[in-house]
Write a protein that binds this ligand. Structure first.
Ligand code: CTP
Ligand code: CA
Length: 224
């Protein structure tokens, strides 16, 4: 057990992580976004680098910064940008974790000029974004592929559904049951669920500690 947390268990491995929100433009000054801070993804990147991996961190807009010799940060804005950047690193990756809060939809068209107000109601037509994680699952070779799930009902059932549908090796369920868990905060309460539907549930912890737990679960299954 000692060697899981000490030493460099991911030396020579390539790890790809998506993080943060995506912003979907409405017009030159407006977007549809979400409150993801990017912190969970950044902590995963740090842990992987500390474990010896070569890390590619593809992140949507966030105030976080990271400065580590083994972490290559790729900044993106929209879901489409994130897909195109992340897929360039996918084939060569050993472990891929999609921690980004990708917008499910984007405006069907982006207005060229700032939209003027007029009527009392205003509708924006939306079209579905490509599911990056699902696409990765469909093209999986030897990557260990991990997704996240944030559910407000039937948590475990929905998470296992996503694991199967997206052809993942594991899914991290972000529990909403505890205050302090999830978006925005610095702590998280997770369950790690693998393809055998083995569920490992952890206490509420800092996202830095959660990142170590996640990589230890992955290393146990892939490299131990
Ligand atoms: N994800 C992704 N690309 C998308 C949407 C989601 O890569 N366009 C990834 C997220 O990074 C996360 C996982 O898919 O790892 C699950 O995201 P979630 O929003 O919980 O699930 P969805 O499949 O989008 O389903 P829904 O929002 O309807 O629950
Ligand atoms: Ca979604």
């Amino acid at each position: 057990k000692k060697q899981l947390t000490e030493g460099l268990p991911l030396l020579g491995k390539k790890v790809l992580i998506t993080a943060g929100p995506t912003y979907e433009a409405i017009d030159p000054v407006r977007f549809i976004g979400n409150h993801s801070s990017g912190l969970m993804g950044f902590e995963l990147a740090k842990t992987a680098a500390n474990f010896g991996a070569d890390v590619y961190l593809v992140t949507g807009p966030t105030h976080l910064t990271i400065n580590h010799d083994n972490i290559h940060v790729v900044k993106v804005v929209s879901a489409d940008d994130m897909y195109h950047s992340a897929q360039m690193y996918y084939d060569n990756s050993d472990i891929v974790i999609c921690a980004a809060a990708v917008a499910d939809y984007r405006p069907k068209s982006v207005a060229e000029q700032k939209i003027k107000k007029s009527d009392e109601t205003f509708n924006i037509a939306l079209v579905k974004n490509k599911d990056i994680l699902m696409t990765f699952g469909q093209h999986k070779k030897n990557q260990y592929l991990v997704g996240f799930a944030l559910e407000t009902e039937n948590e475990v059932e929905n998470a296992i559904g996503k694991l199967k549908r997206k052809n993942l090796d594991a899914i991290v369920l972000n529990s909403m049951q505890d205050k302090g868990a999830g978006f925005g905060g610095s702590t998280n309460k997770i369950s790690f669920i693998d393809t055998n539907s083995t569920i490992t549930t952890f206490e509420l912890k800092t996202k830095a500690e959660v990142a170590v737990d996640i990589f230890n679960e992955i290393i146990k299954r892939r490299y131990a």
